[in-house]
Design a protein around this ligand. Structure first.
Ligand code: OXD
Ligand code: MN
Length: 592
């Protein structure tokens, strides 16, 4: 398929190491993918679902110990510890290579090694980057074929160019020997003993965030954990926003938002460019331009329904792979908690056991039919609100960058940073409650700067510095905001309705970008006047509710400032002085 010496050498070395019985190139043709789907069904890797109700759809179950990203076993390897640590797990490059070479030795005996050439971004665009993933997992091949552009066109576009090396084996799916290793200095990724999406679809978190963030630092661009959406106002003006939220904070929902009725009547339209990752560059016009390098959605299934996110649900109705959801045996379809109020009576749970929905107890996750982190892998083309700019090689121009997290009390519904560097500070202090997307305790608040804590491929202090340096290059800067959809009342109930109504907040944000609306200057930044958040048509939200959502408790924020200082100290001495100045300014403002 190619004469690229570096590609051939990589395959040959990996063949010597892993000793597969055969090597199969993925050419991207529908015939080959269909044959692999058939094989996967025969080998019980996939279950073919009802062709009439869910054409081209399949169900997969992972082993029970392999259901989420494993941050504890994910490493950024570099020659010098400081270049990766302290937030990342670090291992010295040679030590890590030796460890991985030992684990990969002979691991594919009796198996096939698939060669997947894939492009992150439209094939051939000068902003796209190419990877080659070698894997022994058909599940990975079929998911990569949805999540990225794969095959011959990619290898042709590569020519004799450079690429990111990815080697994956599900090996024995051993938890103890599971490692997701990144070698940013070597342009390489090695992943073993997992077959769960985020650990093994190497184009996604491993390449498009961890390796790409490192490339971006060196090449002067940014790889961010951000959705990209477009909003068209009644005058037909289209504006784009990129937004970063920690995993499972409703990023996919926001990216595919349906405007509330009164906004639809006025003629507002929302389009999705991406739901998880943005590659961002400074354009010739001095603005930031963003592309979504992916080609599919790897979304969380539970909670997705025709009310919360119809566009996501509709995206999954054909050519989709479902992982770890409930199998409805009556009509050979799928189900998950929060899909509807009709759990199937005759069903198999995500572990492959008979499931009795009557035993379901909301407080006990072990009674769920679908794993809380069960997923759908759906092609972007299925999305009813996919932007016509999705394939635009230069991406879309950003008017605003939005950060957010799940905070019960501290952060107001929305505020605007004072300038770029203050915005970098706002991103750097993001915090959220942990969710089921990664293994570990659920419900604990953790700092997650720019939602990149698990995804920065180098030192976090250097990453902040890169943001500051980027600001110096952007002559026409987007404004930076922070939102919090998750403020609760004293009984723990969410105050803000969220979902489609989040457009009301985005509307204010865009008005601020165009200087169309005033704001109140506070210790933390510019906060809306309650009257400027449109509550028309909202039954339970009044101007007083908005006042409450926008209130800033100085004592909470003083405690927050201490938490930030502690966190910066944890990050070591590469945190830029500029961010410490921002923190000092915040403290001073709070004491005014
Ligand atoms: C994801 C994540 O899967 O952020 O997108 O965990
Ligand atoms: Mn994500």
């Amino acid at each position: 398929m190619t004469n690229n010496k570096k590609v051939l050498e990589f395959i040959e070395q990996s063949k010597q190491l892993c000793q597969p019985d055969q090597i199969v190139w993925i050419d991207g043709s529908e015939e080959q993918l269909e044959a692999l789907r058939k094989q996967a069904v025969e080998e019980k890797i996939l279950i073919k679902l009802n062709e009439e109700k869910l054409p081209g759809c399949y169900l997969h179950r992972t082993t029970v110990n392999d259901v989420a990203r494993v941050e504890g076993r994910t490493f950024i390897c570099s020659k010098c510890k400081e270049d990766s640590a302290p937030i990342n797990n670090w291992m010295e490059t040679t030590e890590a290579m030796n460890l991985m070479n030992g684990l990969f030795n002979g691991v594919m005996k009796g198996r096939t090694m698939y060669v997947i050439p894939y492009s992150m971004g439209a094939v051939g665009s000068k902003f796209s980057k190419i990877g080659i993933e070698l894997t022994d997992s058909i599940y990975v091949v079929l998911n990569m074929a949805i999540m990225t552009r794969v095959g011959k066109a990619v290898i042709d576009a590569l020519g004799d160019g450079d690429f990111i090396k990815g080697l994956h084996s599900y090996a024995e799916l051993s938890e103890e020997k599971r490692y997701i290793m990144h070698f940013p200095e070597e342009n390489a990724i090695m992943s073993i003993n997992s077959n769960y999406g985020g650990n093994v679809l190497l184009g996604k978190k491993c390449f498009a965030l961890r390796i790409a963030s490192f490339l971006g630092k060196n090449e002067g661009w940014m790889a961010e954990h951000m959705l990209i959406l477009g909003i068209t106002n009644p005058k037909g003006e289209k504006k784009y926003i990129a937004a970063a939220f920690p995993s499972a904070c409703g990023k996919t929902n926001l990216a595919m938002l349906i405007p509330p009725a009164i906004y639809q009547e006025k003629g507002y339209k929302v389009e999705c460019v991406g739901d998880d990752i943005a590659w961002i560059r400074v354009g010739e016009d001095g603005r930031l331009w963003a592309v979504n390098p992916e080609n599919g959605f790897f979304g969380v299934a539970p909670g997705t329904n025709m009310k919360s996110n119809p566009n996501a649900l509709l995206s999954t109705q054909k050519n989709t792979i479902f992982t770890n959801v409930v199998h409805n045996l009556d009509d050979n379809t799928v189900w998950w908690e929060g899909l509807d109020n009709n759990p199937p009576a005759n069903a198999i749970d995500w572990k492959g056991n008979k499931w009795d929905y009557k035993k379901f107890d909301k407080k006990d996750k072990s009674t769920c039919g679908a794993h809380p982190n069960s997923r759908f892998t759906a092609p972007t083309v299925n999305c009813p609100c996919l932007s016509d700019q999705f394939e635009a090689p230069n991406g879309v121009p950003l008017s605003a960058i939005v950060f957010g997290g799940r905070r019960a009390k501290t952060a107001p519904l929305v505020y605007q940073s004072k300038d770029w560097n203050n915005g970098v500070f706002v991103g750097s202090i993001m915090a959220s409650e942990t969710t089921a997307a990664a293994t570990g305790a659920v419900g604990v608040v953790r700092r997650d700067p720019m939602a990149m804590r698990p995804f920065v491929g180098y030192n976090m202090g250097d990453y902040f510095n890169h943001w500051i340096e980027m600001g110096e290059k952007i002559t026409n800067k987007p404004k930076i905001f922070n939102v919090n959809w998750f403020r609760t009342d004293d009984n723990g109930n969410f105050i803000w309705p969220g979902f489609g109504d989040n457009l009301r907040v985005l509307d204010w944000i865009l008005d601020r970008c165009e200087d169309k609306v005033d704001a109140r200057e506070t210790a933390i930044g510019y906060v809306p006047y309650a009257k400027d958040i449109n509550v028309e048509g909202l039954a339970d939200v009044t101007e007083a509710t908005i006042e409450d959502l926008l209130s800033i408790d100085k004592e909470n924020w003083k405690a927050e400032a201490e938490g930030i200082e502690g966190f910066y100290k944890e990050l070591g001495d590469r945190v830029p002085a500029e961010l410490y100045s921002q923190l000092e300014a915040l403290k001073k403002n709070l004491n005014k």
